[in-house]
Design a protein around this ligand. Structure first.
Ligand SMILES: Cc1ncc(COP(=O)(O)O)c(C=O)c1O
Length: 373
């Protein structure tokens, strides 16, 4: 059986560093807001290329803290609109509604499976304050059009970078970015999830915000600490959202290997791209600007393909079978139609794609895909 994601196998590749990191925290006797957190925040900010990194409890908190931060700074007020792709994991949208803001969903492009930038302008109203792009599947969702629209309409650009740690943007393709840049540094603020399955995955929950905005960084740190910058003095109705020392130390150790791990994911994706040749299976994404958190294929007989692969010992997943606007929790949008998003939900299948896979395993999966009919 080839598992979709084998976290034991992945973390075994870092065994010595991880054990050392954990035992360092264990010996320190300091479990929250200590040296490991400071080190990781500093290293991750340097890695992403931003002035600040604020560790927090998880990726959903990171998104929510950014929006709450803007509300506390008076940049947004509840009821303002945030444009967001209809094709995303529900957390991108939960953060918006949790802050009393209004998500305005925009359909995906069939070519990139990301927000269709040609549809964004029509969604902008006088209440629009921000555009949230989601680097879904590990592929950069930023485009020149996204940058231009934010500039023209004075919108904040927020990145959901939960799935794209380490994704380097080929900025020669963009007129608004002069030098090589990573996702997480392209907009005004970015949220990162370090859920264990992510390219940079903790051994538990963790997340972070990256930003160059000093005021936003300060307010987020304060909100995440019960709303307090000074002990027992509360400026905001805050929350408790912290990264713990163990997770910070683990992430700091794994960060050293992230580029290498991402290069291996690219090699695996290249095998699929070069070897899979079956008219029933479409590989929608090229190797441009992606760290392949997920390797998606589209197939009209998706469920049959998934079953066939499972019978042949290959585990796959679907990201995501029900789009947010069709979920019960958002019943008010159930009548809306986003045809590309709905098609992706029906046809998408995620193949195993992680750094611990061998070439033989990936070639075997590609050959099975070619024999599907
Ligand atoms: C695109 C996206 N946004 C946000 C999240 C939320 O992150 P977390 O699970 O750490 O809360 C995730 C992952 O779970 C995600 O894939």
């Amino acid at each position: 059986m080839i598992k979709y994601l084998d976290l034991k196998r992945i973390n075994d590749m870092h065994d010595a560093e991880l054990r050392q990191a954990v035992s360092h925290v264990f010996d320190s006797g300091w479990y929250l807001k200590g040296e490991a957190t400071r080190q990781f925040e500093q290293h991750y900010a340097e890695y992403i290329g931003t002035r600040h990194c604020i560790g927090c409890g998880n990726g959903l908190d990171a998104l929510t803290l950014i929006l709450r931060g803007y509300i506390e700074l008076g940049v947004m007020v509840p009821g303002d609109e945030v444009i967001v792709p209809a094709t995303t994991f529900i957390a991108s949208i939960l953060a918006i509604t949790d802050c009393g803001l209004r998500p305005v969903l925009v359909d995906a492009s069939p070519d990139t499976l990301q927000i269709d930038d040609s549809l964004i302008e029509a969604a902008i109203t006088p209440r629009t304050r921000a555009l949230m792009i989601v680097h879904l599947y590990g592929r950069c969702a930023y485009t020149d059009r996204v940058g231009e629209l934010c500039k023209q309409h004075g919108l904040l650009l927020i990145e959901d970078n939960a799935q794209a740690h380490g994704c380097i943007v080929n900025s020669s393709l963009f007129t608004l970015h002069a030098s090589l840049t990573k996702t997480g540094s392209l907009g005004h603020a970015a949220a990162h999830s370090f859920y264990p399955t992510k390219n940079l995955g903790a051994m538990g929950d963790a997340g972070a915000v990256t930003t160059d905005d000093d005021r936003l960084a300060d307010v987020i740190r304060t909100i995440a600490n019960y709303g307090s910058a000074q002990k027992y003095v509360f400026d905001y109705i805050g929350r408790n959202s912290r990264i713990d020392e163990l997770q910070a130390a683990i992430l700091d150790a794994k960060l050293q290997r992230l580029d290498k791990d991402n290069r291996r994911r690219k090699e695996i994706a290249a095998i699929y791209i070069n070897k899979v040749n079956n008219p029933l299976i479409r590989i929608p994404l090229s190797d441009r600007d992606s760290v392949w958190h997920i390797f998606p294929v589209l197939c009209e007989k998706r469920d049959a393909l998934q079953q066939y692969l499972l019978q042949n010992g290959i585990e796959t997943q679907v990201h995501y079978p029900i789009p947010p606007h069709r979920q019960r929790c958002y019943a008010q949008w159930n009548h809306l139609s986003f045809p590309v998003t709905e098609q992706i939900a029906l046809q998408e299948l995620s193949l195993p794609c992680h750094q611990a896979l061998t070439n033989d395993e990936v070639t075997y999966i590609a050959e099975l895909l070619n024999a599907f009919g």
